[in-house]
Design a protein around this ligand. Structure first.
Ligand SMILES: *Cc1c(COP(=O)(O)O)cnc(C)c1O
Length: 495
């Protein structure tokens, strides 16, 4: 299977090249040439496998220049970095609702699922491509990707990683996780601006031919660990299949029964993986796209008009504070009947006038797969309090966006399918907001807060967060929106 560009129909590259490039030279995103099918028979086989085996199988359908044995070694290694070696445990909340907890990895957010796998894919891809240059990973983060990528690439031979986060746009825990990052090959900077500014700076660096050449002169090629890289996207497809299998095995689903997934959404990577799973034959009914008050996606699915020219809100779910959802381009490409010319024009419109539109026919087609809704901070807080009170289940603020939108979904539709809510972060990662939602006053420092929340909820505190505020700050730099080029050049010149 090759990967093609969303913006140039003549591009077609091998999986390992797509992983190394990150983004196509025409600015488009790589997508699989076709969607491999997974039959009901295959699903039955997957049911007898553990998560790492399921993930290796799903990856093998796309990554033909990797052997299944090679992929199995990679997914095994990745799974071992999760508590109990279990990356995607599923919990029953009530007869209709399940939580898929994707946050038991090294940084306690769902980004770990892909970022424990991707660095291993990338180093293998580098060998397959016979590349002697080292790889410089540039990451823009709204908080969680940055730390997960830093942990994933830390001290991996032949790589360096530079992460940019919005200086005032991440939680205290998130910021501290990044500024205390250890490892010889890492750099972290705050940027004066929001996540979109960080993402734009990174995209601009990728499209800057002169910078690429100078970086190359220092023995590096640039790549991305953002969810525009298919090495990020593909590992995420596995947990949709895995959740379905776990429900079948627990007799919660009949063979062939349809299931909803409700996904807290920012850059549209998580939910797009669900759409890909559906394309591959997984019996998904609706994909519920849940946004916070940065509701650009809700408006898009309802009107067919994408318009990022609007107020940017800083919410209690900061990892979803995004107005330009990069991965939506991949959905638009499918909706257009894989028309690269049209997709390119729309993406140019997005740059030149912050907006583009899809046709009514395309919008109607999207509505067959997606329901979109959003909620504000008050509803997020209420959802956390309510679910804890009624079921004793504690959610983080992002997961609460999904829980709140799921309520609206059941109210607005007559849908009867069961739903898996994708639970994307440990509540401890967003502790200030979570404590406020439960109406408990935070402690005088983080450790006291952690203990207070633990005493009330008995939810185990992640070990890495217990020691977080006693670690030394190693990265305190803050740069301007156009300061990235200089830092990139400085970093690669150090060897
Ligand atoms: C990144 C993130 C999301 C959103 O995922 P996208 O792939 O950007 O849509 C939701 N919740 C948390 C905790 C995240 O870190």
């Amino acid at each position: 299977m090759n990967f093609i560009s969303t913006r140039d129909a003549s591009v077609s590259v091998s999986p390992s090249k797509a992983i190394i490039d990150g983004i196509s030279a025409d600015g488009g995103l790589y997508v699989p040439e076709y969607f491999p099918k997974v039959s009901e028979q295959d699903i039955k086989r997957l049911c007898n496998m553990d998560y790492a085996e399921r993930a290796a199988y799903i990856l093998s359908l796309f990554l033909n220049d990797f052997s299944i044995e090679e992929l199995q070694v990679i997914t095994d290694k990745a799974a071992k970095r999760f508590e109990d070696g279990e990356p995607a445990p599923l919990l029953k909340i009530d007869n209709n609702t399940f939580m898929l907890e994707l946050w038991h990895g090294p940084t306690h957010a769902f980004k770990d699922i892909a970022l424990t796998v991707m660095p291993l894919l990338l180093t293998a891809a580098r060998q397959k491509q016979g590349i002697s240059d080292k790889i410089l990973i540039l990451v823009a983060t709204s908080g969680d990707t940055g730390k997960a990528a830093l942990e994933g690439f830390k001290d991996i031979d032949g790589t360096k990683i530079l992460t940019l986060y919005p200086e005032d746009g991440v939680s205290n825990v998130q910021k501290r996780q990044m500024t205390t990052q250890q490892g010889e090959n890492v750099r972290v900077f705050g940027i004066k601006g929001n996540f979109d500014d960080a993402q734009t700076a990174v995209k601009r660096a990728f499209n800057d031919k002169e910078l690429r050449e100078r970086v190359h002169g220092s023995g590096y090629i640039m790549s991305s660990a953002n969810s525009i890289n298919i090495g990020r996207l593909l590992p995420q497809i596995a947990y949709y299949f895995s959740a379905y299998c776990d429900l079948l095995s627990a007799n919660e689903l009949e063979e062939g029964e349809k299931l909803n997934f409700c996904v807290p959404t920012g850059n549209f990577g998580n939910i797009l993986a669900g759409y890909y799973a559906k394309k591959m034959g997984l019996k998904i009914n609706m994909l519920i796209c849940a946004s916070n008050s940065n509701n650009v996606l809700t408006d898009f699915f309802q009107s067919g008009d994408y318009n990022s020219d609007r107020k940017f809100n800083t919410t209690v779910a900061p990892s979803m504070d995004i107005l330009i959802s990069s991965n939506l381009e991949r959905l638009i490409f499918e909706m257009s009947g894989r028309d690269a010319e049209l997709t390119k024009r729309r993406m140019q419109d997005l740059i030149s006038r912050s907006a583009y539109s899809i046709s009514d026919k395309e919008r109607a087609e999207a509505a067959r797969d997606f329901f979109a809704g959003y909620c504000d901070d008050d509803s997020i807080m209420a959802a956390i309090g309510n679910l804890f009170e009624s079921e004793g289940y504690l959610m983080d603020t992002h997961t609460a966006v999904a829980a709140s939108v799921l309520n609206s979904f059941y109210l607005e539709t007559s849908d009867k399918c069961k739903t898996v809510v994708i639970s994307t972060a440990s509540p401890y990662k967003f502790i200030e907001a979570v404590m406020k939602a439960l109406k408990i006053t935070p402690g005088t420092d983080l450790n006291k807060s952690l203990k207070k929340l633990y005493n009330l909820t008995a939810l185990e505190i992640p070990k890495s967060l217990q020691s977080l505020f006693s670690l030394p700050v190693l990265h305190s730099g803050v740069i301007d929106k156009d300061g990235l080029t200089e830092e990139v050049l400085r970093f690669v010149s150090e060897g």
